[in-house]
Design a protein around this ligand. Structure first.
Ligand SMILES: [Zn+2]
Length: 198
């Protein structure tokens, strides 16, 4: 593995994602970095320019909605785009060892995990672990105006981004020293647009 990162900085990385998303919305995908030349160029190691934590939902594949290819994105997907210790370890690996400068936490509209949590119906088996993790955010946003699921989706992306920004000892240190930028966003499954949450 290469120990030096010489890819785009966080600002450029975010721009790459948003430009790719625009190509996706406009149906002008370029499908970069998806050929054998790229595959072979990565045989010695990877330098992904962005970490993307997002939902497992089949409508939200980061490489497609950001029009990226092999070696571009370090992706963690779990229903509801929440983090446990294993997911956190994956993020820390990319941020600390691969020196990836951008971490995007991307929720999405019509998220089933959030919808289940908002509806309050009982869920079986290990799905309850996901719902329980989302519940505090849903409770915080329950009385806000507008659609409760959409409100919770935005709040959840923010909440998980905050959690990662202050995660000791690895991520908080990288953020404070300017080596990692954490950006929450929400993907609209109807329009295809990724909106940065501010
Ligand atoms: Zn989802």
């Amino acid at each position: 593995m290469s120990d030096t990162y010489n890819g785009p900085d966080a600002k450029q990385a975010l721009q790459n994602l948003l430009e790719g998303n625009k190509r996706y919305i406009d149906s002008s995908l370029t499908h970069p970095h998806q050929d054998s030349v790229r595959r072979q160029s990565l045989s010695g190691g990877q330098q992904p320019f962005a970490i993307v934590l997002t939902c497992s939902d089949s409508r939200v594949p980061p490489e497609i909605i950001f029009d990226q290819g092999l070696g571009d994105l370090f992706v963690i997907r779990v229903a509801g785009n929440i983090v446990d210790d294993i997911a956190l370890g994956s993020i820390e690996y990319a941020a600390a060892h691969l020196h990836t400068p951008l971490l995007m936490v991307m929720g999405h509209t019509k998220c089933g995990a959030v919808t289940a949590t908002v509806s309050g119906v009982g869920v079986e088996g290990h799905i309850a672990n996901i719902v329980n993790k989302i519940k505090p955010v849903v409770n915080e946003t329950r009385n806000k105006q507008g659609d409760p699921v959409t409100n919770a989706v935005f709040a959840l992306a923010n909440s998980v981004a905050d959690q990662l920004t202050s995660s000791e000892p690895v991520l908080a240190d990288l953020v404070q020293s300017g080596r990692l930028q954490v950006v929450p966003s929400v993907y609209d499954v109807d329009s295809g647009k990724v909106e940065i949450v501010s």
